[in-house]
Ligand binder design. Structure first.
Ligand SMILES: Nc1ncnc2c1ncn2[C@@H]1O[C@H](COP(=O)(O)OP(=O)(O)OP(=O)(O)O)[C@@H](O)[C@H]1O
Ligand SMILES: [Mg+2]
Length: 441
């Protein structure tokens, strides 16, 4: 469903501003309702509740002041006694200032709700001029009332008007919200860590590395995914091992009868020499094929990676290709050492150089390191491979060369993949094929 508001896609805006990580999103899901709930509760419940409370407190104080003034009005000669009694019972602190006249006092800059409530209450109760000084002392609010013969100055304790605990309550609310948020962040992090670990392991397994089984952790679904991944990894590994063993077995078993065949061929009494040469040639080709299958099946799995001089490696491969006949140019920085499995990598490079040599007259080998990436390029001036076939030529047994097994590129890609790298077929500017091997260094 797409929501649009005035030309803006809400989805797009949300996607832009919402956190992208699972942890961020989960925390948001926890945090938004928490904050909303507290805001609503504070506003609707405590807000109105506090207003009512403050109105009643102010009303009470105003009523008591009104009562005192009414008493004084009824019997002005008992004023001292009335003041004494009301001060005692209402915690006021009252002084009569004879002959004085009320001064005009400025309104407070920003009257709070309590100030308004008190002023309103006093106006209702006193029925005579008064003013309120809010800030004369920290503990009292001073109410001055105009009597007929002077000014009555009543100091009302602030704590009779304000509910101090409200702020404590607010702090407490924020504190618990923060605490809950912290706990959920900790808890969610564990959940997310399980998923992240799974993603990292899947990625590295896909690159041909062996991440090993991952520890299932977090919620039941995440654990299940991790367990399923471990099982899949194990099954794939077993399947690969099975395939390798079978291929190796078949190749190996074919060798013996072939050798026998070659021997009996040589023993045949009446055979033409050219026929013999042809048949021996066929058998040799078969043996060659089998040797290739065997080495493919054996893989390079048992070889350990070690720091290898890339220039040396390339020069070795080039020298071997030159011996087989071909113009090979080689260019690599001196002293460039990368950790890899040298025999496996030599085989991959040899396959690629062999291909190039077979199709072209000139081959260029080149290596560069760029940050943490090693790029090895093998170029030739042959016919190249059309873009539409660049994926199929990697398939095992896919070959257009007479006498080829179609395993060369498949093996090369296997080996490069096992190093966590990748291999690309491109056009060489000026004609021919450019093979690029990218390896993490
Ligand atoms: N440098 C190249 N130029 C043109 N075509 C190529 C080149 N390299 C490979 N190819 C094409 O890709 C196909 C597959 O190559 P691959 O190395 O996998 O097998 P092969 O060379 O035929 O056999 P093998 O290498 O096992 O002896 C080749 O048959 C060829 O058609
Ligand atoms: Mg080949």
């Amino acid at each position: 469903m797409k929501l649009r508001l005035g030309g803006f896609s809400v989805e797009r805006v949300l996607r832009k501003f919402l956190p992208r990580s699972l942890l961020g999103r989960s925390l948001l899901i926890v945090l938004v309702p928490l904050v909303l709930l507290q805001a609503v509760a504070l506003q609707f419940f405590y807000g109105s509740h506090l207003n009512e409370l403050s109105r009643r407190l102010a009303g009470g104080v105003a009523g008591e002041a009104g009562f005192m003034i009414d008493e004084i009005d009824r019997a002005p000669n008992t004023r001292g006694l009335v003041i004494q009694e009301t001060d005692k019972h209402f915690q006021f602190n009252t002084v009569f200032l004879p002959g004085q006249v009320l001064r005009h006092l400025p309104r407070p800059d920003a009257p709070g709700p309590v100030d308004d409530d008190l002023a309103r209450g006093l106006a209702m109760e006193l029925h005579r001029p008064f003013n309120v000084a809010w800030n004369t002392t920290p503990d009292f609010i001073r109410v001055n009332v105009q009597m007929t013969d002077g000014v009555l100055r009543i100091d009302v304790p602030r704590k009779r008007l304000y509910i101090g605990t409200f702020y404590l309550f607010f702090v407490w609310l924020i504190g618990t919200a923060g605490f809950l948020f912290g706990i959920s962040a900790l808890f969610l992090r564990t959940q997310v860590r399980g998923i992240t670990r799974l993603a990292v392991a899947a990625e590295s397994f896909g690159m041909g590395r062996d991440p090993g089984p991952i520890k299932p952790e977090g919620a039941i679904e995440v654990r299940r995914a991790a367990t399923a991944f471990n099982r899949m990894q194990e099954r794939l590994r077993r399947f690969l091992a099975q395939r390798t063993t079978m291929l190796a077995g078949v190749s190996h078993d074919l060798r013996t009868p072939l050798t026998r065949l070659r021997l009996s061929l040589a023993m045949l009494p009446d055979i033409q020499p050219d026929e013999l040469a042809e048949m021996t040639g066929d058998i040799e080709e078969m043996e060659q094929l089998i040797a290739t299958y065997l080495s493919f099946a054996r893989g390079e799995g048992s070889e350990q990676a070690s720091p290898t001089d890339v220039a040396n490696l390339l020069e070795d491969v080039a020298a071997a290709a030159r011996r087989a006949g071909g113009i090979i140019s080689c260019e690599a920085p001196e002293g460039l050492t990368v950790t890899l499995r040298p025999e496996a990598m030599r085989r991959a490079l040899t396959n690629l150089v062999e291909n190039a040599r077979r199709h072209a007259s000139h081959v260029w080998l080149n290596a560069v390191i760029n940050g943490r990436t090693l790029r090895i390029t093998i170029e030739d001036d042959g016919p190249g491979i059309p873009a539409s076939q660049r994926e199929t030529v990697f398939r095992p047994f896919e070959t257009a060369s007479p006498g080829g097994t179609g395993l060369g590129l498949a093996i090369a890609r296997d080996i490069v993949g096992a190093h966590g790298g990748d291999i690309f077929l491109l056009d060489r500017p000026g004609g021919g094929l450019r093979v690029v091997i990218v390896l993490p260094a």
